[in-house]
Design a binder for this molecule. Structure first.
Ligand code: NAP
Length: 355
């Protein structure tokens, strides 16, 4: 568990704690060639530089063309994640090596408009949801291309707004709790940030696995977390969780800093801390005989398909607390940057298809 690659450890640390990176050095000047008159255009939100909310511009952009292995998705809704804002700030610029202008957004749900020659799973007209590749042109747009391996049929019975809320956050909760921590029946799981994008899915996934769930968030979200299935909700402003919780099998930490520091002592011997931000301290883990890791989510079609099954079995549901029109993506990122939104925020790109 301690073999987390060094560059990722550094990256995660940076992501957790840097709020004011020197961005100017990261801004790229690679201006995009003007669209030719025959090129099809679409509306998109693009960033031409790294920086504040003002770099997000709603404008015309070339409509992407799928290659033989890709589908072109007509986007109905696009999910907004905290990482979108971090990318905008330039935190991942070196790692991604992305050329600007960049269309942000990893999560999309929509209709297949075209399918490349080698695509076998999808055809035009199919409803799909996808997690687009990190560093590629993203989902804050009317169209995006996705590899076949990044997309899955949209869960039946869920609209596009709900589906767009899922890929990154639900896959993170699944990979942390099931693939890494292997949560099992009867275990106790402590989920920090239980009312947020990841936490909402984590509570439900741990519950569906038969675990006892304890979740933390502010006072306004206590009842909400209990409704999602938390056996116990803790208001982090009123109660120090380490004073009332002990001997848990798993901690899922999406807060980091002091919250991570205080989490070591609540894990039973042999238990595990899975962090979404800061790598747990090896000396602390070893001293207590517990395990710990930080990881970066890597959603794929097969994982999305497993999540669809949970949704269709009514064991998992997204919570979309607020939607914004595509043109107001900056307002959506302003909200996500507070770190205190409930469930997910989604951009409405087009009307939900009838039927
Ligand atoms: N490593 C990865 O692959 C990965 C994947 C997904 C997300 N992440 C990261 O994980 C973090 C959370 O993501 P998210 O989408 O869930 O964010 P989010 O939607 O902004 O949710 C944040 C949650 O944290 C809660 N919170 C804030 N301060 C807290 C505290 N001191 N103690 C307990 N809860 C607290 C908030 O509740 P209140 O509103 O009640 O305060 C809210 O429920 C972000 O930094 C994101 O970038 C990493």
């Amino acid at each position: 568990m301690s073999t987390f690659p060094i560059f990722l450890r550094q990256l995660l640390r940076t992501t957790a704690f840097s709020t004011a990176l020197p961005l100017l050095a990261l801004a790229q000047e690679n201006a995009e060639p003007a669209a030719s008159s025959e090129e099809e255009v679409m509306k998109a939100v693009r960033m031409h530089a790294y920086g504040g909310l003002e770099v997000l511009q709603f404008e015309d952009a070339p409509r992407p063309q799928p290659n033989d292995d890709q589908i072109l998705i007509r986007i109905i809704a696009a999910g907004v994640n905290p990482v979108d804002a971090k990318i905008r700030q330039g935190m991942f610029a070196r790692m991604m090596g992305t050329k600007l202008p960049l269309i942000p957004g990893l999560d999309v749900s929509g209709i297949v408009e075209e399918a490349g020659a080698n695509v076998t799973k999808f055809k035009p007209g199919d409803a799909v949801y996808a997690c687009l590749g990190f560093g590629t042109q993203g989902g804050y747009a009317e169209y995006a291309v996705a590899k076949e391996s990044e997309a899955s049929p949209k869960p039946k019975g869920l609209n596009h707004e709900g589906a767009a809320a899922m890929p990154v956050a639900a896959a993170t909760a699944w990979q942390a709790l099931i693939e890494i921590a292997n949560v099992s029946q009867g275990q106790t799981v402590l989920i920090h940030g239980g009312s947020g994008g990841v936490g909402v899915f984590a509570i439900q996934i741990a519950k569906a696995r038969g675990a006892k769930v304890i979740a933390t968030a502010s006072a306004a979200n206590q009842e909400f977390m209990r409704e999602l299935g938390a056996d116990r909700a803790i208001d982090y402003n009123a109660t120090k969780f380490e004073e009332v919780v002990k001997d848990v099998d798993v901690v899922l930490d999406s807060v980091a800093g002091e919250t991570l520091q205080r989490s070591y002592g609540v894990v039973k011997k042999g238990g595990i801390i899975v962090s979404l931000l800061e790598p747990p301290d090896k000396a602390e883990l070893d001293a207590r005989g517990i395990r710990g890791t930080a990881f970066m989510v890597s959603p794929n079609a097969s994982l999305l398909s497993d999540l669809s099954k949970l949704v269709e079995a009514k064991k998992l549901k997204p919570v979309v607390s607020k939607t914004f029109p595509l043109a107001e993506a900056a307002k959506a990122q302003e909200a996500i940057e507070t770190g205190h939104t409930r469930g997910k925020i989604v951009l409405r790109v087009a009307d939900e298809p009838k039927g």
